[in-house]
Design a protein around this ligand. Structure first.
Ligand code: ZN
Ligand code: ZN
Length: 358
C-alpha cells in the first residue's frame, strides 16, 4: 500500500474544502492513510503529517505507520495536535464532523484557541476509499473467497431443531479456523417467520422443519470485509415461496446488470425495485439495494433510491435486494460486485439457484 500517495491525493482536495490540514480521527481512515491497525490514534494530515498515539502502541506504530511522523505525547493527542497546528501555521483545520463526539470538538476548540478555524467536513477520506486500488481488490477477493468457502459447511450446520445461534457458532468457529480476523458484522441467521426480519441476528430460535433461512455473513481478512447473503429453504419450498425467491433473484440480477461506471447508485437501486414492483412486491423491499464495502462493512457509496453518487471503476458494492412478507417469510440475495471499466464483475462465487435442504 502506498500511504504517501494516498495522503498526497487527500491533500489535493484541501483547496476545494478550503482547509490547510485535516484532523483524521476515524480509525479506518487513519489506517487507510498510514497503515496503523491499533485502536487509538489521531492523524494530523498536513504538509508535515503527524501521527499521535499513546504509549501502548509505541512499538506497533513504529513498525506500521508510514507517511507520518509518530508522536507519543504526554498529554492528550488533541492538545498535541492543536500545538502542532500552531507550529505548522495551520489556519483552517478540517475535522471529520461525522466522527467526532461533541466533547472532543469542544476540547479541540479550547486547545486551538482563536487562531485556528475548525472546518467540519464529511466523507473526505471515505470518498478516496470508495475507489479501491488493485491491491485492495486483491485483499477483498481473498476475504470473499474465505467466506464463500465456508458456505457448504454452514449449510451442513442447518439442522431442524438446532438453534440459529448454534449454526452461527459453527460458521464463526470455522471462519476463525480458516484465518478470519473477525466476522465483519454480527451473523444473521433468520429462519422461518424470522426470515421476514431484514436484520434478524442469529437468535435462540430453533430451525424449523420447513421454511426459509436467510444467511447473511462476512469475514474480515487482512483488514478487508466481505458480505454475502443467501436464502436457502429447509424442506421443499411451496410454489409461493419459489415465486418470491425467483422475483428477488430477478431483482438482484437486474440491479447487477445496471452496475457500470457512470451509472448513479439511484439507477441501480431503481433496477431492483422495478422488478419487484412489476410483481407487486416493491412495498416489501424495505431497505437500500446495497452499500460499499472495504475496510468497513458499510462505507460509501450507498446504493439507495435517493443516492445520486456516480459509480466509478474500482468501486466495490453489494447488491442485496430482498422482500419480506411480515409474519410469514422473507428472502434476500446479496453479492459483492466490482465496478469495472466496462461494467461489473460479480465477486461472490456462490451459486444463487434456490437450495432446498431435504
Ligand atoms: Zn450482508
Ligand atoms: Zn450488505
Amino acid at each position: 500500500m502506498d500511504y504517501r500517495r494516498r495522503q498526497s491525493r487527500l491533500q489535493q482536495l484541501y483547496a476545494t474544502h478550503q482547509v490547510d490540514a485535516l484532523l483524521v480521527t476515524h480509525l479506518p481512515n487513519v489506517r487507510y492513510l498510514t497503515g496503523f491497525t491499533g485502536s487509538a490514534a489521531v492523524l494530523l494530515a498536513s504538509a508535515k503529517p503527524l501521527f499521535f498515539t499513546d504509549g501502548r502502541y509505541r512499538e506497533q506504530a513504529a513498525v506500521q505507520v508510514r507517511g507520518a511522523k509518530v508522536v507519543i505525547p504526554h498529554g492528550s493527542a488533541f492538545s498535541a495536535a492543536a500545538k502542532a497546528c500552531h507550529g505548522q501555521r495551520v489556519a483552517r483545520l478540517g475535522v471529520e464532523a461525522d466522527r467526532m463526539p461533541l466533547s472532543q470538538f469542544q476540547a479541540l476548540r479550547r486547545e486551538l484557541g482563536k487562531g485556528v478555524k475548525i472546518v467540519p467536513l464529511s466523507g473526505v477520506v471515505e470518498g478516496l476509499r470508495a475507489v479501491k486500488e488493485p491491491s485492495e481488490i486483491r485483499l477483498i477477493r481473498q476475504a470473499i473467497q474465505l467466506s464463500s468457502d465456508l458456505f457448504p459447511a454452514l449449510l451442513k450446520a442447518l439442522k431442524p431443531g438446532q438453534t440459529e445461534i448454534s449454526a452461527a457458532a459453527r460458521l464463526e468457529y470455522l471462519a476463525r479456523r480458516a484465518g478470519a480476523e473477525a466476522m465483519s458484522f454480527e451473523t444473521i441467521i433468520a429462519s422461518g417467520k424470522r426470515s421476514a426480519l431484514p436484520h434478524g441476528l442469529a437468535s435462540p430460535a430453533h430451525l424449523p422443519e420447513q421454511g426459509f433461512v436467510v444467511l447473511d455473513y462476512g469475514v474480515v481478512s487482512q483488514g478487508y470485509c466481505s458480505d454475502m447473503t443467501r436464502t436457502v429453504h429447509l424442506g421443499r419450498a411451496t410454489a409461493k415461496e419459489r415465486s418470491l425467491y425467483a422475483a428477488v433473484l430477478e431483482a438482484q440480477l437486474a440491479a447487477t446488470e445496471a452496475v457500470r461506471p457512470g451509472a448513479t447508485c439511484g439507477e441501480v437501486d431503481a433496477a431492483a425495485r422495478r422488478v419487484l414492483r412489476r410483481v407487486g412486491l416493491a412495498k416489501f423491499f424495505t431497505h437500500s439495494t446495497g452499500h460499499g464495502v472495504g475496510l468497513e462493512i458499510h462505507e460509501p457509496p450507498r446504493v439507495g433510491a435517493k443516492s445520486d453518487a456516480i459509480l466509478e471503476a474500482g468501486m466495490v458494492i453489494t447488491i442485496e435486494p430482498g422482500a419480506y412478507l411480515p409474519g410469514r417469510y422473507g428472502v434476500r440475495i446479496e453479492d459483492m460486485v466490482l465496478v469495472t471499466s466496462r461494467g461489473s464483475e460479480v465477486l461472490t462465487p456462490v451459486d444463487k439457484a434456490l437450495i432446498e435442504l431435504l
